[in-house]
Each structure stands twice: as structure tokens, then as C-alpha cells.
Ligand binder design. Sequence first.
Ligand code: PLP
Length: 376
Amino acid sequence: MRLETLAVHAGSRIDPATGAVAPPLYLSTTFERATDGSYPHGWIYVRHGNPNRAALEEAMAALEGGATALAFASGSAAAFAVFQALSPGDRVVISKDLYHGLARLFREILPAWGLRVEFVDLTDPAAVEEALRTPARLVWVETPSNPMLRITDIAWVADRAHAAGAWCFCDNTAATPILQRPLALGADGVVHSATKYLGGHGDVMGGVVVLREEDAFARRLREIQITGGAVLSPFECWLILRGLRTLPYRMRAHSENAMRVAEFLARHPAVKAVHYPGLPDHPGHAIAARQMTAFGGLLSFQARGGREAALRVAGRVRLFTRATSFGGPESLIEHRASIEGPGTSTPEDLLRLSIGLEHPDDLIEDLDQALMEKPH
Ligand code: PLP
């Protein structure tokens, strides 16, 4: 089945009790045992599993083309669980440009678990070869990366990782399975912040891991999910599954709008640089065109005039909202360096845009007035 069809039907069945077409929400934390002590319906306790979580996990496995999926309380919890499933002393190679919250996890929390973490520019083949000369257990790719929109060649990195005896995992939050399917490109696992496009409406937090194989690592991860307890609540699962139904059409519109905005910004005299893989002069454009079906709704640009100019633009927008996160219907603008804090490598003149589902001409007009030299 094609992705549009999977998005509508995966994880869905008519409710046998009532005939309901939309999935019922099961809030019960516990499930009745039979007189012989067995669980005739297959459910025990909500942390172990519930019908809404099973439906979301089934849908995500289908969309990513994996054998199994696991839903967590957030994207960060999903990523954390993957690393908790590794062993002390394991060496992990991490994409250099990535979501700063995960960078903090890798820098400040995981080394205390005995993991040896090395940040490497995975867009640089020589750096990848060099890093994989030392044994590694896992290579963590984020592409397109947040907030610099760098593109990593998933197939090539997965191939090099496998040759070195390592797994390759890909944070697919920015692309979603609609635009990019890392497992088909050779990755072993995919991680999502479902808080972004999967939920898609800015009103739910969640995370998902999808694995190529139902193997010992998958069993370990499920044990961590269930016993560790950072699971996704039934209502959040229900909301994210609802979001998935329209994901292909939303991703198409986000991508078309972002391309229009990127082209506008690339021509604007007050803009120093635009980072969007859909632009032909983006250094990762050829790879992105090969491994993605469209370029997504996230982009960033650098304003001429440094930090002050960037903050001025963010201060003048009327339609965009100044807020963090991305993936919702409404467009957002954010000065990343100031939220990432001291020590960030994000340029001070950079603004990240989450391009929403408004009409692109309205977004362009708003940015145009915000980029004008004179205050209104
Ligand atoms: N991965 C990426 C690429 C992100 O942008 C984020 C959050 O912004 C995360 C993971 C973490 O997700 P969450 O905020 O759901 O924990």
C-alpha cells in the first residue's frame, strides 16, 4: 500500500464492540483477569500496553517500514531509551549538528552511564571514515538537522556503520516517513519526536522508536519502555494517530510553502544566507533530492546585521509567532542561539522558521515587512 493509504488505515480497525469507525479512547489503567487468572483480552495494565498505544505503534511501524515500534512520553525519552539499551563502555558516534536538547543528553547525561560519546560531522565522508576506524556500537544521524538543515547521506553512513560493526539510527523528526524512510535506506532504527509533524497540531508531546528487526535489541528496548515507564498516555497516542491520518497531505503543503519562503528569502537583500535543502545551492541538495521526496517545512536563515538584526526581524513579525518547536499548522519563528544558551555553535544571526499551513503569500508578506530596514 502507498503511504497515503497506510496513513489513513494503519493501526485502525472497526471497533468490534460498537462498530465505531474512529478509534475509541481507552482510558482504563487496568484490565480484568479471567477466573483462571489469565488475561483474555491481552491487556494487563496501561504501562505494559493499551489498545491506543498498540494502534499508534502499529501505524508507525507500517509507515516507516519497520518490524516494530515503541511509543514514549517524548522524543527525548525515545532517544534516551535507545541509549539506555546499550551497554556501559559502548562508543557512540553522534551527528555534530543536532537538536540541542539531545546534544545535552549526549554531553551531560549519557557519559555518566559509561557511554563514550563522540560528535562527528556526518556530512563529511573523511570524518566519518576516521571516526569509524575506532570500534563503535551506534551511529546517530539527524537529517535534515535542526537548526542548520544539514543533510547526511543515510545510505552511505549506514553502509559505513555496518562495515564497522555499528548500528545506524536516524532521527527522522524533521522529514517524517512521508518524505524520508531511513530503514529503506539501510538504517537499523528511526526515532521521532511525535511532538512535531506526527501530532501535527502543536497540542501533544510524544516520541516513537521504529526498528527494522524484532530482535534482542527490540526486546531490550520494550523492557526499558515498560519497566522504565516513560510511556505515552492513551490520549496522546490517540491524538498522534489522528495526526497521522493527514500527515502526507500536511507534509506536502509544509514543503511547498517552505520552498516558496526559502526562494523569497534567498532573493532578499537583508538576508545573508538561507539554509533549506530544497534550494539548488544548498550543499546537501543533491543528497536530499535522492533520499527525500520533498524538503520539509523547517528552514533557517541568517540576517544581515548580526544578532540585533535577527532579533529585530523576530520582533516585527505579525503572522509568525515567536515560539520554539515546529510541525504545527501555524508558522513559528525563533532565535535559536538565545534558547540554546552559552556554548552553542548556532550563529547569533540565525532565525529558524517552522513553516505552517497558511497561504505562502501571507507568510512572505509578513517576512517582507519584518525584514524592511525602517521600523513601521
Ligand atoms: N529530535 C528533534 C530533531 C527535535 O527537534 C526534538 C525537539 O525539538 C526532539 C528530538 C526531542 O523531542 P521532544 O521535545 O518531544 O522530547
